[in-house]
Design a protein around this ligand. Sequence first.
Ligand code: ASN
Length: 490
Amino acid sequence: MRLSMKRKHIITLLILGIIAIIGAFAPQTTAAAKEKTYTFGTDVTYAPFEFANKKNVYVGIDIDLMRAIAKEEGFKVNLKQLGFNSAVQALEAKQIDGVIAGMTITPERQQKFDMSDPYYPTGPVAAAEKGSKVKSLKDLRGKRVAIKTGTAAADYANSIKKKYGFTTVTFDDSDNMYQDVASGNSAACFDDQPVLQYAIATGVKLHLISKPSTMKYYGIAVNKGRNDGLMKKINAGIKKVKADGTYDKIVAKYLGNGTVKAQQKKNAKTQETNRSFVGLLKSNWGTLMGGLGETIELTVVGIICATIIGVLIGLLGVMPNKFAQGVATTFIYIFRGLPLMVLALFIYTGIPSLTGSKIPAFIAGIITLTLNEGAYTAAFVKGGIEAVDDGQMEAARSLGLPWGKSMRRVILPQGLRIMVPSFINQLIITLKDTSILSIIGLLELTQTGKIIIARNMEGFKIWTMVALIYLIIITVLTWLSNWVQKHMQA
Ligand code: ASN
């Protein structure tokens, strides 16, 4: 009885410890909330509306417009580059306050969200590879066409695909969709006219094959039923910046007078001039290291929490108690069975849409890693203990030691030795798994790479850099762990 009380205290302390660790690393949301900061999701690359410049700072019409509105209306704005579909999902889950992402005002969206007054005209068009035989929608019969998840242009493509006899393939980002067409994989893609036009003007090898079927407008979305007057402020802001010329200045900053030449000239200013491997490495070094920092932070906090949970669950699994064993087996079964990406999305967008309260992306990432890596850790901790010869426990018990003491003094020291390589392996796997968390918009190394490539299209060179950085870190970790292992055996 006394022993189980003690155990309960230890478990409570450990859980408090985990919460404290997570809290210490969490972004300081409470302080920001007091200053009335609203978080808006944007697309990752949707030039000229949002894209990273050569310093990897986000610029574009949406970015400047949102800041101008905020300034005008006296609130602060935090812009998060989540990607269009993820941003809309995060808004539905109330993880963010709004979306500004070249988002077309459609009747369906107006039903789901509060859409602001219109600010920029748009319409869906199709584009094919430059110089290809595909010159109009009629040439798409029997062909594969690229669309972007959750967009108005994708809805348009789906509505005419029977008539023109094409099939579709989906992408999450516009630049990946364009690449697929430019490299000849897909016959065409559907996106919004101003964005495709800008891409073509600034060097993407495509040509337009249709005219907009309908003319609509972009608007800013927030959730319905808010009582803080955010939409009122946004509309008032749009009105003011349009009236005082700020809006026209913003548009001219990115499009000049709208001619192809002017767009090229403006765009050139946002791009790197030295495109060699070393040149690109130099100009993106700070950004890549920022991403690596986030990766390491996630790995370290994730592995600490996962180890604590894993050891606890692993121990439950070997306790001479059917209920404890059942808890451990179920935990391992569920969290080892779920793909990491599904778990991350479930925690980041699934749970908040049920409960209505936000979970910051970093915390969601840590919880995901803790559960998934914790399940693997629990499995090898349990296995490690079970691998110690049964006779050892019997001998300890026959000497009169209670179960807990036998476990601590006799079994665990032997089991730990068996587990060391698995712990190291798990650390390396956790580091690699953090890349999957890019799906919830965490700016770790992989997401950083994606954003740089979305701007400069230097996929080969940038992915090589990202891969090398991962390999270097993993090599250092492996050396370190071999050293630890050697010293543990000595
Ligand atoms: N233009 C898209 C839409 O309204 C959004 C986007 O791709 N950023 O659906």
